[in-house]
Design a protein around this ligand. Structure first.
Ligand SMILES: Cc1ncc(CN)c(N)n1
Length: 224
């Protein structure tokens, strides 16, 4: 099955995600507020783009049930996830306007937007899957580690991604990619695998860019 193959192909990367200092500190509650605020601001921008990518997936879907699922997920990315982020940004007193969109945030969002507009529908379904699945995997692992999200400094974040409702949507996204891959020719399946792996790599890079509070290497000459 496509999703199973992708999980195996990205197993080293997933180990690196789970031991990344940002993810470890998020889980044990020691992540400093500046890094978390940076992440939240970048992620809010990412989710705005991601929601439009899912809306495009809905428009390009060949199956009405798929179209409904992507449209619902586009709504959730803005209504639930981005709301959670906005709440944290307010709580942290982060000045979102002062932060430039990071190179990694822009690259990941641009990659997904280009894929949504130009790639076959099957490849779009593969490219958006790591965004669902990796967050559910991380959220679930962090909840297991924390034992209880109540009282945890990042408990709302952890509960959002460890939520059984979110797990159900991950299963649906996996099911769509698996069905499309099973019916696809070899070239399309390989393009789906490339898209899945590229997006999974961007997920690691996103945690890493937040840990480094990534800036533009050109900012000394040109304001980003
Ligand atoms: C970068 C990223 N990837 C995934 C998710 C979870 N939808 C997120 N909020 N941000």
């Amino acid at each position: 099955m496509f999703s199973h193959d992708m999980w195996q192909r990205t197993s080293d990367l997933m180990s690196a995600v789970h031991r990344h200092p940002f993810v470890v500190a998020l889980g044990d509650g020691t992540l400093d507020r500046d890094r978390f605020a940076f992440y939240m601001v970048q992620d809010g921008r990412y989710l705005e783009a991601y929601s439009k990518v899912l809306a495009t997936a809905s428009a390009r879907a060949t199956d009405p049930a798929d179209a409904a699922f992507w449209a619902q997920s586009a709504h959730t990315a803005l209504a639930a996830e981005r709301l959670l982020h906005a709440g944290y940004i307010e709580e942290l007193g982060a000045d979102a306007k002062a932060l430039a969109t990071s190179p990694t945030c822009l690259a990941y969002a641009s990659y997904l937007q280009a894929t949504a507009l130009t790639a076959p529908y099957e490849v779009i379904a593969a490219a958006v899957l790591p965004c669902f699945w990796i967050y559910q995997d991380v959220g679930t692992a962090l909840l297991r580690h924390a034992g209880d999200a109540n009282g945890h400094p990042y408990g709302k974040w952890i509960s959002t991604y460890a939520d059984p409702g979110f797990a159900a949507s991950v299963e649906q996204a996996k099911g769509i990619a698996d069905r499309l891959a099973a019916a696809a020719d070899g070239d399309t399946r390989e393009a789906m695998a490339q898209a899945y792996c590229r997006a999974a790599a961007y997920e690691w890079m996103f945690w890493d860019s937040a840990w480094r509070r990534e800036t533009w290497p050109t900012q000394q000459w040109l304001a980003p």
